[in-house]
Design a protein. Structure first.
Lengths: 109, 120
């Protein structure tokens, strides 16, 4: 089965840049999506299709994907960005096999 | 704004059955796949399966095949997740989420979740 590996935690000071990676075999050939989940809340889509943002998501959130690593970048980090972040791909179109990454806790210092 | 409204928290005993629901407040329920996602306490997100309410086409993750049943009633824009015999290990938060219309590749709208607690 396809595995997506994320670092368990990333720490960043307010105003700095946070980068959350998502590693997978040839992930660059897939479309990667990112979700933010704050404590006690449902996940929210923040980036889809590698680098597109849903309406209402700040431009500070961006994504990239190449080779074996996809990256979610959060610029000018704010205290409200503290959350768990998950990457996700559709591994099999015919079987609808959706795979989530292991999740990364972003802590704002 | 489309919302997915999930049923309330449940507390059950091992061996009991359960059916939880997810109602779509929008107008195009039958055109989007609906996914179910499990989150065990303190853990990550797991895709359980998806259903297309238009024709009830259902796909299950191998990890959940045979363990749960997904269904949908398009007349009331509601999707369901059910268990015939709960186990303590089914204790988790369960989310329904709408898959995007174009490619069904990502989950663009999420319900707030239903907490299921299974304990003797």
């Amino acid at each position: 089965s396809y595995v997506l590996t994320q670092p368990p935690s990333v720490s960043v000071a307010p105003g700095q840049t946070a980068r959350v990676t998502c590693g997978g075999n040839n992930i660059g050939s897939k479309s990667v999506h990112w979700y933010q989940q704050k404590p006690g809340q449902a996940p929210v889509l923040v980036v889809y299709g590698d680098s597109d943002r849903p309406s209402g998501i700040p431009e500070r959130f961006s994504g990239s994907n190449s080779g074996n690593t996809a990256t979610l970048t959060i610029n000018r980090v704010e205290p409200g960005d503290e959350a768990d972040y998950y990457c996700q791909v559709l591994n099999s179109t015919s079987d609808h096999r959706y795979v989530f990454g292991t999740g990364t806790k972003v802590t704002v210092l | 704004e489309v919302q997915l409204v999930q049923s309330g928290a449940e507390v059950k005993k091992p061996g009991e059955s359960l059916k939880i629901s997810c109602k779509d407040s929008g107008n195009d329920f039958i055109r989007h796949w609906i996914a179910w996602v499990r989150q065990m306490p303190g853990k990550g997100l797991e895709w359980m399966g998806s259903i297309y309410p238009g024709d009830s086409d259902t796909r299950y993750s191998p990890s959940f095949q045979g363990q749960v049943t997904m269904s949908a009633d398009k007349s009331i824009s509601t999707a369901y997740l059910q268990w015939s015999s709960l186990k303590a290990s089914d204790t988790a938060m369960y989310y329904c989420a709408r898959l995007d219309y174009l490619h069904a590749s990502h989950m663009d709208v999420w319900g707030k979740g239903t907490t299921v607690t299974v304990s003797s």
